[in-house]
Structure formats: C-alpha cells, structure tokens
Design a protein around this ligand. Structure first.
Ligand SMILES: Nc1ncnc2c1ncn2[C@@H]1O[C@H](COP(=O)(O)OP(=O)(O)OP(=O)(O)O)[C@@H](O)[C@H]1O
Length: 449
C-alpha cells in the first residue's frame, strides 16, 4: 500500500485531493502547515504533494527537508498562477515537479504515479550500480542431503517473519545464497536486498558505507550520502562477515536492531528505518565474544534464529547434484552440449576435501566445462586431475595436489584478467563472473600485487 502526504492549508482542497488519491488505493495523510508536514515525514511515504504557500512558511522548506533526509521521496508542488518563478526555484532545490492551480486532479494523480515510478527506479539503479543486489529473483538452490533439507525447512519457516537471522558456515558454503533465499521468500521480496561485506570495506569507511554521512561531516563530504541501511529500507540488509565489525560500530548496529533508528556520520537527526537484518560469519562468534572482540548483547540479539551451514565435505550427497547443476549452467552460458560425468571423475569429486566448499566446486566445474569437448567429463578435465595422474604414486594426499593445482590455475587466471583490464577490479570481476567481493578476497588470498 502506498502512502501520500498532502500538505495544504485549505481544508476543502485537502479533502478533495484525499478523496482522489484514496479512490486509487493510496493511503493519505494530511497536514495543514509546514510544521505539521515536516513532522509527518517518514521513509514510509511514497510521495508528498504540497502547496507552495502555507500559513507558517512555504513548501520549499518541505522540499529541502525531504531532499536531505528522504531523497527517494518525490515532492510535487501546487502553485498559484503567478508564483511560477518560486516553483521553478523549488524544482532546482529538488522538487520533482509542480502543477499550477487550478488543475485537474487526474493530472496530478498522473504526475504523482510517474514520480513514484521514477524515484523507485532511481533507488533500484543505485542499488544495482553499486552491485548491492545481484539477483532480482530467487536464486536456484541445489541440495539433497538431510542437512540441506533441514536448512531449507528452517529458511521457509523464518522467511515470512521479520526475525533477525544469523548464518554461520565456512567460506563458500552458500551463506549469501541462503540470505537471498530468505529475502526472496519473504513479504519483502519486491524491496531491495542490500549486501555489505564488513571485511571487504576498509575499517575507516565502513560506518560511512553502512550508515551514510551528512553533508560536511568530514573533509570531502560535499553531499549528504545515503548509507546501505537506508537503501535497504523496507527490504533486507545482509551483513556478511559480521565478526570483522569493530566494537564501536557493533554498538551502533545494536541500536538499529533494537530501535530501528540511527544517525548518519556527522549528523544529529535520527533516521528511522524498517530493515530486516541477516548477518553471517565464518568465524566462531561465541569465541569472539569470550575473547572480548564481539559484544555479547549483539551476539544474542543476532542469534535469534541461527542457521548453520555445514561444510560440503560433511554433506557429500550434495556434491554430484551441485556438480551437475553447475555443468548445465556453464554449458548453457558457453553454448556447449552437456557432458555426463565419468565414474572416475565422480569418484574424485566425491573424495575431494572441498576446503573452499561450493565456490571451489563451482570453479573446478567451470574449468572442466571449458576443457571438455566430448560427451564425458573425465578426471583430466578436473584441473587437479592431470597432476594427480602423474603424482598419484609419490604424493599421499590427493586433496593437496588437487587444491594447489586448482589454486595456481585460479591465481594465474586472475592475474591475466587484471592485466587485461589494466587493474580495473570491477571489470575483472565481471569477466571472471565472480562478485567484486569474491575477487577482493582472492586477491588477498593469493597475495596478488
Ligand atoms: N546450494 C547451492 N546451490 C547452488 N549454488 C550454490 C549453493 N551453495 C553455494 N552456491 C554457489 O556457490 C558460490 C558461493 O556461495 P556464497 O557466496 O553464497 O557463499 P558464502 O558462504 O556467502 O561465501 P563467503 O563466506 O566467502 O562470502 C555462489 O556462486 C553460490 O551461488
């Protein structure tokens, strides 16, 4: 349901507009002066329609307040003939449009609907551009093991509620995928899913990224910046690697979880939000608490509904179904016929340790699909398969061989693509078909200069 705020001092006009919008299914709030109008502002509003001349000031004050605090709410001004110059100034100050009195209410309705659509798209674009939200639909999730079925049962139950979820598991087990599944199965599915990797953002920037800043908060803060909590309003925020969040920020997060409000960096105004929080960690958070690095109260607040994803080696029944799924995905992308997996290749996949979990399996399969031109995927198509054949007698751990070969191949591939993009990491991530976050982690892991 969309809510409109009408600020108009003439009661008959305000009533007529309320009826127009209500007949179209909008919820309408009415204010009769600037002070009242400003007090009604909240992020739940879809649009504001305000008169230019009000008893205690003018609509431009409302425009300015909205631009600073709720930049995604469009404001439409109603002006009398003769005050067009002021109306033009209002548009310069950030109003979406103005309409000159007298007007046809249906015309105003049209402007408001278009404004809501455009501002909504603007918000989505910021989210997409910043790669906060990779999927616009429910991702495909594969798993047949008992563990996995239990996880999915829990996910389906919890998705409907606003409960905070804490997802625990080693890197690459599918924590982000589960967070997305919860979001897309929830009543918030049409609202943004905003992911933040607390470990990938430099420590001195993270508060700013998550909570935004006010204009002039520090040198270089020329404009007010909306943080990711505000971008996620009405949707879900996914705080990945929460165990890496510094203590002072943990306190700020606790307040948002308890009171749904915070201040931007350098600001005094309290911002209210309605955001579902899903956090994830590959660290043992209880140990972080006992060692004094993680706030105990925050841990309990996050741990309302824990989801523990076991490593792939503890749910081996999922390996082949996942491998088959990735084969068909990559073959479709590369326009190739789908090979079947030979018994030997299957045995190797089943026996591997998968320290990098599903992510590692996905990478191994991608390379295998590139190398395989026949109808059957063989051990030599698995990057570690070639070396394994040569060294099978001399080396005790098959897994070590497979891993080191896979890793050096991956490192070489990343270095080559970075050279190709002249160091542009976003472009390299696109070519490598990994998230920007994953690429940063890999660069760190392989110490690529
Ligand atoms: N059950 C699954 N079905 C299909 N794809 C999966 C599954 N689990 C993981 N994946 C895929 O494996 C990759 C890694 O998963 P994801 O990024 O969710 O892991 P993560 O635990 O969040 O990793 P990290 O801790 O490093 O951020 C992604 O490409 C994801 O789509």
């Amino acid at each position: 349901m969309q809510t409109i705020l009408i600020v108009e001092d003439k009661k008959s006009m305000a009533d007529m507009l309320s009826r127009t919008f209500e007949s179209q299914g909008f919820v309408v709030k009415t204010a009769y002066n600037v002070k009242e109008g400003v007090s009604f502002l909240s992020s739940d509003l879809s649009a504001v329609v305000t008169d230019l001349k009000l008893p205690d000031g003018d609509g431009i004050e409302i425009v300015k307040t909205i631009k600073e605090n709720y930049p995604f709410i469009p404001v439409i001004l109603m002006t009398a003939y003769g005050s067009i110059e002021t109306a033009v100034r209002a548009v310069k100050e950030g109003a979406y449009d103005f309409i000159t009195k007298p007007f046809d209410p249906d015309h105003l309705l049209l402007i408001v609907k278009r404004a809501i659509d455009e501002k909504g798209m603007e918000r989505e674009n910021i989210i997409l551009k910043k790669e906060f939200s990779k999927f616009l639909k429910m991702p495909e999730i594969i798993g047949v093991s008992r563990h996995w079925n239990e996880i999915m049962e829990g996910v389906k139950k919890i998705a409907r509620l606003k409960t905070t979820v804490l997802i625990l598991g080693e890197s690459g087990t599918g924590k982000e995928l589960i967070a997305k599944a919860i979001h897309y199965l929830s009543p918030r599915a049409k609202e943004p899913f905003v992911a933040v990797n607390c470990a990938a953002i430099p420590k001195d920037l993270i508060e700013n990224e998550i909570f935004g800043h006010e204009k002039g908060a520090f040198t270089g803060a020329g404009e007010t910046k909306i943080g990711r909590f505000e971008l996620a309003n009405r949707g879900t925020i996914f705080l990945d690697e929460i165990g890496d969040m510094e203590m002072p920020l943990q306190s700020k997060l606790l307040r948002v979880l308890q009171e749904n409000e915070f201040e931007r960096v350098g600001g005094t105004k309290t911002i209210k939000v309605d955001v579902r929080v899903i956090a994830a960690s590959n660290k043992n958070l209880q140990r972080e608490v006992s060692e004094g690095r993680f706030r105990e109260d925050l841990f309990y607040r996050l741990n309302v509904f824990p989801v523990v994803i076991p490593p792939l080696r503890e749910r081996r029944e999922d390996i082949i179904p996942l491998a088959c799924y990735f084969i068909s995905q990559f073959c479709r992308d590369m326009n190739k016929n789908e090979p079947s997996i030979s018994i030997e290749a299957e045995r190797i996949l089943m026996g591997h340790d998968w320290k990098g979990n599903v992510r590692e399996l996905k990478n191994v399969i991608e390379r295998a699909v590139i190398l395989c031109d026949g109808e059957t995927l063989l051990p030599e198509h698995l990057s570690f398969g070639v070396e394994m054949k040569e060294k099978i007698d001399s080396i005790t751990s098959l897994h070590e061989v497979g891993e080191s070969a896979a890793k050096s191949a991956e490192k070489a591939q990343i270095e080559a693509v970075l050279m190709q993009t002249k160091g542009n990491k976003s472009r390299a991530a696109e070519i490598l078909k990994v998230s920007y976050k994953t690429l940063l982690n890999k660069i760190k892991e392989y110490d690529i200069g």
